[in-house]
Ligand binder design. Structure first.
Ligand SMILES: Nc1ncnc2c1ncn2[C@@H]1O[C@H](COP(=O)(O)OP(=O)(O)OP(=O)(O)O)[C@@H](O)[C@H]1O
Length: 569
């Protein structure tokens, strides 16, 4: 089982010690049952009470040691897995994460890890139960070879019958897990689309009946079928135990003489084994689901690790930036269901121009685009909806890797090796930005005072306070949230600033302030400023305007108001 291999790989030494102590505990159980048998058959050893007390303490201690070791190992493994998976996600390229989808990432991070963690917590008890069963069988073999062979015979038949049920259950659990990804997608739709669903009764009912209920029902059917398979397997296990007991008690005495003490010992031992056997069977579904969850986690991890980016920042961050895009292209694949773990690499030959029909079939193509940006310059990136402005912004910021062409920063070509360094030059506020409730990644001595100053400037000081870098709230209006995001950008003080429709949620006062003061102050400080905007009232304030249309640069010009001061680039 992959599950066991996973733990052996983490620390086979711990597993070995825990298994030995587990088996010692199980062996102790078996010896205890032999002591009890002797006492029942009035053949107790002298000092049997001391043996009994000693053995009870021995089995208890070995069982606790075994459980402690396995609990430490398993919980540590889960802890490491959570961290590693989160790091893998953080080091994966954005386009890869977008293709995998939030629902799959969330299902693995939450559900799979929870299922695995639950399965792992059953391992210590499984070891003890297994050891008890093996110990008792060993005791039976010492007692009577023929009784032992009989016990093994009935157990083997039971295992063979149970196995067929388990194979069926394994398949059902695996397909149910695939449905889990869809269910997570619907849960996301509930949380993010709650307003739209609340406002429209028919939409809500349609969503519930056609989407959520469908997925939940499939999951319910598959899981119940699998659990029923286990119930049948459990029944087979119990049936085989009673059959073997009945056979030995009522049928075997017709064919051979079995002394009464041996018969009663067999009955007592079989009854003693029954509980750990039942425990093993009832824990099998957890183990099986854990195994499936682990497979999912490992596939996700493999998919993420295969795509992992270098995260070293070897060189200094330059203050003055000359940014160049040379024939850069980026292609979104068409929106079809793709195999999540074998994503095709885009292959685009920039010497072969793509026609609109090709693009319609193949998705959206940005570029080829050649542009350059200087320090102390404000460039507006404009164009209609869907013209490719945000895609270009993500390319420029190094969040997307160009499929063709090259990006240069101060003449250095940006490659996989220095992309992390390159990204550290950017402070960006995207239209779908996220606001952290604390100022992460800053070690300023007077951080709180600096933040308070910016809060005042951005007129947020009456809404938000800061203490030890923690913001009192982020529950603000969209415009206020964007101002708070701007505060973080100020703190970062990076050479290139990128704003994706920042002003679209601001009131006229702040809109004016943004275009006329905030941007020009950044320019005065020698920053390269890129602004995605639809606000044509302020176009004259730009040093340069880049207009996109269907993924191509339609125009690249200096606005008339600035013509006298700046030549066309
Ligand atoms: N993650 C994605 N996967 C596939 N296609 C995408 C993705 N993001 C954007 N697109 C496609 O790329 C095209 C350009 O989108 P982009 O968001 O860059 O446009 P935009 O100019 O910023 O639009 P807007 O002004 O509406 O914000 C769109 O046609 C869109 O369908």
């Amino acid at each position: 089982m992959r599950f066991i291999r996973f733990f052996l790989e983490i620390s086979w030494q711990t597993i070995l010690i825990a298994t030995i102590t587990g088996f010692l505990s199980g062996g102790g159980n078996a010896v205890l049952i032999s002591l009890i048998n002797r006492a029942v058959n009035q053949a107790a050893l002298p000092n049997a009470l001391y043996y009994f007390i000693g053995l009870t303490i021995f089995t208890l201690l070995t069982s606790v040691v075994s459980q402690f070791m396995l609990i430490n190992l398993s919980q540590n493994a889960i802890y490491q897995l959570r961290l590693r998976l989160s790091k893998n996600i953080l080091s994966s390229p954005l386009h890869h994460l977008e293709k995998l989808g939030n629902n799959r990432l969330l299902a693995t991070l939450t559900d799979d890890i929870r299922v695995l963690s639950h399965a792992v917590s059953t391992i210590p008890n499984i070891c003890i139960d297994l050891a008890t069963v093996v110990g008792c069988l060993a005791y039976l073999s010492w007692l009577s070879n023929s009784l032992f062979v009989l016990a093994i015979f009935f157990t083997s038949i039971a295992i063979a019958c149970i196995q067929t049920r388990l194979n069926k259950a394994r398949h059902l659990f695996a397909t149910a897990r695939e449905e889990d990804d869809n269910l997570f997608k619907h849960f996301q739709a509930i949380t993010t689309g709650i307003k739209e669903l609340k406002l429209h009764k028919s939409r809500r009912e349609d969503f519930l009946s056609k989407k959520l209920q469908g997925s939940a029902a499939k999951l319910h059917q598959k899981n119940s079928k699998a659990m029923k398979s286990f119930a049948v397997a459990n029944g087979i296990g119990q049936f085989s135990q009673f059959t073997s007991l009945g056979f030995v008690l009522f049928v075997l005495p017709w064919f051979m003489y079995i002394p009464m003490p041996m018969l009663s010992t067999y009955v007592l031992t079989s009854t003693f084994i029954a509980l750990p056997m039942q425990n093993l069977l009832t824990r099998l579904p957890d183990l099986m689901c854990g195994n499936i969850a682990l497979q999912k986690i490992e596939r996700m991890k493999l998919s993420l690790t295969n795509q992992a980016e270098f995260d070293n920042v070897d060189s200094e961050i330059s203050n003055s930036c000359q940014l160049e895009l040379d024939e850069v292209t980026y292609l979104y694949q068409p929106n079809k269901e793709e195999n999540e773990f074998h994503l095709p690499q885009p292959h685009f030959n920039r010497n072969q121009p793509m026609h609109s029909l090709d693009i319609a079939e193949k998705g959206f193509l940005l570029g080829p685009i050649s542009l350059s940006f200087q320090s102390g310059e404000i460039t507006y990136i404009v164009g209609g909806n869907g013209s490719g402005k945000s895609t270009l912004a993500k390319l420029i910021a190094g969040l997307y890797t160009p499929h063709g062409g090259s990006i240069y920063l101060n003449q250095a070509p940006i490659t996989d090796r220095n992309r992390e360094w390159y990204r550290q030059h950017f402070s960006a506020i995207f239209s779908d930005f996220y606001l952290f409730d604390r100022c992460l990644g800053f070690n300023h001595a007077n951080l709180d005072r600096e933040v308070e100053g910016y809060l005042k400037q951005l007129q947020l000081d009456r809404k938000v306070q800061v203490k030890n870098g923690i913001l009192s709230t982020t529950r603000l209006s969209q415009g206020q949230r964007k101002r708070l995001a701007l505060l973080t950008a100020y703190l970062e003080d990076r050479p290139i600033y990128l704003f994706d429709e920042w002003a679209s949620d601001q009131d006229p006062y702040f809109r004016e302030l943004f275009y006329k003061e905030i941007l020009s102050k950044l320019k005065e400080r020698g920053k390269t400023v890129l602004v995605i905007t639809h606000d044509d009232r302020y176009f004259h304030l730009a040093d340069r305007i880049v207009k996109l249309d269907y993924g191509k640069v339609e125009a690249n010009y200096t606005p008339i108001a600035n013509l006298r001061s700046k030549p066309l680039v």
